[in-house]
Design a protein around this ligand. Sequence first.
Ligand code: FES
Ligand SMILES: [Fe+2]
Length: 386
Amino acid sequence: MGKMKPMRAEPSEELVQLPAKAGPPAEMIFGEWYPALRSDRLRAGETAVTMLLEIPLLVGRKSDGKLFAMRDLCPHRGIPLSAGWFDGETVQCKYHGWRFEPCSGRCEEIPSLTSFDSLAPAKIYANSFPVAERDGYAWVYVPAAGAGRIEEDAALPAVPELQKFGGRYRMAHLQAELPCNVDHGIIGLMDPAHGPFVHRAWWWRSAASIHEKTKMFEPLEDSENAGRNAGFRMSAHAPSSNSAPYKLLGKPVTTIDFVLPGRRYETVLVQKDGAEKNGKKRWFASLTTVTPMTASTCRIDVIAAWNIAYWVPLVAPIAKYFGAKFVAQDQQTMVEQARGLRSNPGLMLIDDADKPAKWYFALKQRRLTGEGEHPLNGPVELHWRS
Ligand code: FES
Ligand SMILES: [Fe+2]
C-alpha cells in the first residue's frame, strides 16, 4: 500500500462561479452516461469532485490507471469521502478510517473491529458508479435512484463517443457551467434564432446578415434501445454562407444530430476538389453535451476533433479561442436569462424557429413516461430567418 495522501479534491478551476440562486428545476433523465469531468487532467493517484444529477461525485484514478467514480459520501455516517485520504489503491474515510476499494466500492477495512466482532467489512459497499474514459472525459453511468448496485459485467448502453474520420487529428475541449436547468441549456443549444444576436462578432456574423433559411430535419429513432436515445437530424447541408470561417474551407457538408438525453453531434466533411487526394478527407466533428449538475443548473461540455490543417500548429489555439468565446457568449446570455427565470414566468415556443425545442420536450416526455410517438413522423422542412 502506498502513502495515504489527503485528497482535498476541488472542482475544476476552469469553471466560472455562478450566482448562488439558479432558475427553476427540470426533470432529469437517469439511466444514462454523462460526462463527469475531464479525465485527461487526472493523473494516477489524483482525485477530483463534481456533481452529476444532484449526486456529489468523487472521481479518481488508481495507480494502475483505472478510473473510479464514487458517491462522495461515506456509507457509515455520511461524511464526504473527499475529506479523507487516497493512496492510489483505496479511499479512506476521515471520520472512522473505513477503507474502500473505489471501483467496486467494497469496504476493505473497518479499523475499530476486534476479534469480538462478527461484521464482515466486505459485505459493506460504498456507492460507486460505472465509469469509462472516452475523448478525454470520465463518463459516468447514473442509474435510476434505487436501481441497486450495478455489477461490473452488467449490460449498459454504449458509452457516447465522438466519431473520428481518421487516425490523425487534433482535439480540443471546452466547458461552461450554466445557472439554468438542463432544458434551457439544451434548447439554447439547438436554438437557431439567437445566433445573429448572441454571437454577433466581426469574425462570425453580423445582425445585418440575417436571411431566410430552409433546413431539412428527419427523425432518429434508436429502435434497438426502445427509443432511449431518440432524436432528430438536421440533414446534410452547406453551412450558413454568412459564417466567415466556413468560407475558408471549401464546400463543407454539415450534419447535426441531436439525441437524448442532451447530446449534439456535429460533423463537417469537406468536399473540396482535391481534398481527398492521398485518401485524406478533411473533417471536423464535435460532441456537445448538456448535463444536469443539479435539477436547476447544468454544464455544457464540448469535445471537438478535426484533421483540417492539423499540421498547422496555430489552428488549435485559434479554434479554441473562437470556440471559447462562442460558448462564453451563450453562457453570458444564460446567466442573464437565469435572472429572469427566477420569478418562474410563463414562456413561449414559436414555430418554426422553436420547433426543435418542441420536439426535444416531446422526446423527453416520451423517454420519461415510456409512452407516445416520435414527434416527427418523417422528414420535415423548417424555415426561419437567422
Ligand atoms: S463516517 Fe466514514 S468511517 Fe465513519
Ligand atoms: Fe449559441
